[in-house]
Design a protein around this ligand. Sequence first.
Ligand code: SF4
Ligand code: SF4
Ligand code: SF4
Length: 778
Amino acid sequence: MSKLKFKIEELKSALARMEGVDVTIGSIIEDTWEESMGPTPMPSIDTLRAWDHILLNRYKPFYSPFCDMCCLCTYGKCDLTAGKRGACGIDMGAQQARMYLLSSCIGAATHGAHARHMVEHLIEKLGGDHKIDLGRFISVNAPNIMAVVGMRPERLSDLRKVLDYAEEQIVQCLSATHTGQEGSSIDFESKSMHVGMIDHVVMEAADIAQITGYGFPKGDPDAPLVEIGMGTLDRSKPVVICVGHNVVTGTEIVDYLMKKDMMDKLEVGGLCCTAHDLTRYEKTAKVVGHLSKQLYFIRSGVADVIVVDEQCVRLDTLKEATKVKTAVIATSDKICYGLPDRTNDPTGEIIKDLVNGAPGALILDSEKAGEVAVEVALRISEKRRKLKALPDKQEVMELARDCNVCGECKRTCPLDLSIPGAMEAAAKGDLSGLVDIYDLCLGCGVCEPVCRRDLPILNMVQRAAERKVKEEKHLLRSGRGPILDTEIRHVGPPIVLGTIPGVVAYVGCANYPKGRGALAEMAEEFLRRKYIVVASGCAAMDIAMHEDEDGKTLYEKYPGDFDAGCIANVGSCVANSHISGACIKIPSIFARRNIRANYEEIADYILNRIGACGVAWGVYSQKAEAIAVGCNRWGIPVIVGPHASKYRRLYLGRKDIEDDWHVYDVKARGERVFVGPAPEHLMYASETKEECIVMTARLCIRPNDTTKGRMIKLSHYLDLSEKYFGTLPDDWPVFVRTEADLPIAKKDVLLKELKEVGWKPGRIPDPTNLERFKLKWR
Ligand code: SF4
Ligand code: SF4
Ligand code: SF4
């Protein structure tokens, strides 16, 4: 892309006469991609509004206000309950939609800033001409960017142009949340969808930059199995742990160790998504765990040095690390912790100060930060080993005797965990209640400040569960990156026909109650049924924390391909873009649709033909909101859960409104045809894993399913409903278009029931929701 400037010396037309006019055209896309430009390159905030309205007309926003006041400006705070409007005129629906947009803007801005840092860093390191090479099996190298921006990035510098566009769109969307701007809930939702779409663009830019710049696996189904868990760290060695999402400094730590030939002298690991990316760079790096492990891990005192980069890092890291004499190095201008900026100080001086007890340093030069982290860890580790970070078991019992069983901690705990009961038992020498809490706990730490006896509840829990902590060693398949073109060619037809019953993507922050295991159990249910399972971020880690009775995780039991009955871990948070990317690649590679700047056609294809469903289990962040609504705009439903009441806004279909479920049938000259509620919702909240499993199978049903595909999907839906709820779902008849859709094993019984309810056969259309395509595609 570049600006085009030219001067018109003289122009005469019927309408006007011009002389000496300077003309500037904003951007021209220059690349070697031969696909012709589609209708919506670099869409602005309103370009795809019509598509959003098609979706929102069917999937109506449902608001469950988390807060019914608004305090965004000094007119307020305003009470928006019972139909009241704020002083600016906003009503409750628009306010809820505005808050969702604000969250999505925060999410997209966070990924965008991450992408910008990554791209600029790699351009400085490797040069703007460095080729974006994802290997010989990936030619559709950036499906989100290609379909939205209209360009195929070939060099790192091309990503700068992508980010210029994306940043402008994020600013435009954010500006709409100001007081006295947008006032319609539906148009707020459309803007959320816009910024969600941009979120996938910037995530993709970040991930393809780091794949190409750092040599991460390029869609490798056999990416190595790496170690995960608090017990994987060899505590006899100095330990450096990176926390956050931006792996730049982590790679410098590894490079420094390699240069000094000391890789085996020090343990390098990570928490949260940085950990994923560290293992993509160096397979011997350890993954400590996901977000909810942060506080436990910091307090364990195992890390000699903690390097924080950005996103989802606990804000009390410095305070907690100081207590256990762990040095903290902040490496991003997003998280400075009030630390002195030592970026330009001599390396030796920073090392000396940290070794002598300075709590931390802000170092914005990643290479310097990498060297300092290693050298400090090497020098303080010996001394720190004598440090006692947690109470011993005897002390745990003594502390527990100080508990007055007031129950304040339980009342504050978001999971209502039985801490007082566990304390009572511990006081009598039985630590099992505390051990149970370790399994269930989110590690949020909010129970401690309310304890009037100042009991270090988490430290007590962790000591009680020390055997479990030490045994926490599992295997995770390192993030493979994008889906290969060859895989898409192989699975595209069965996905679109429905004979691969669905693609289920597990994403999210693993911030869910009742312990681990829910994600792995849900994933295995669909793996056994030959769905394609994909995972990313903390959800991919959480899946690896669960072993079967033979001690195996799903990554050891099932292949890492993008294929039926396989589980593909795509990587860190920004690798979520490869999940939407895989859906975009199917119409491009299998159906030969043009994807270039052709958003609506591709989203319409995905909505009607690709039985994909995202499951965001235990999500908590604004990034997750942006990712989810970005999927929704592509026509991919998302289930969030569990704590369903916190999700503020859902997109729910109404299967009782028959008119909502009609599409144009291209085969029948655009006639409107009823297709049933497929997919029924775009964003749905489940409270339990059982409900989530059954809903996942339902949301994989699509209008385009062939009779064989529908029969397979319906079989799973009915079987899962019987398995988990003990009965058939009451809505199954709406998914039956012809007798051939019925599962063979139950056909006679079901047919009899259909006749009783007056069922009439329907038609299997060539579906589109876009009126302009109703007679013919393109
Ligand atoms: S933005 Fe509107 S609703 Fe919110 S506080 Fe200001 S006037 Fe009240
Ligand atoms: S708040 Fe403290 S004193 Fe009260 S029950 Fe909980 S642990 Fe015991
Ligand atoms: S740290 Fe654990 S026990 Fe304490 S409030 Fe949070 S979830 Fe409950």
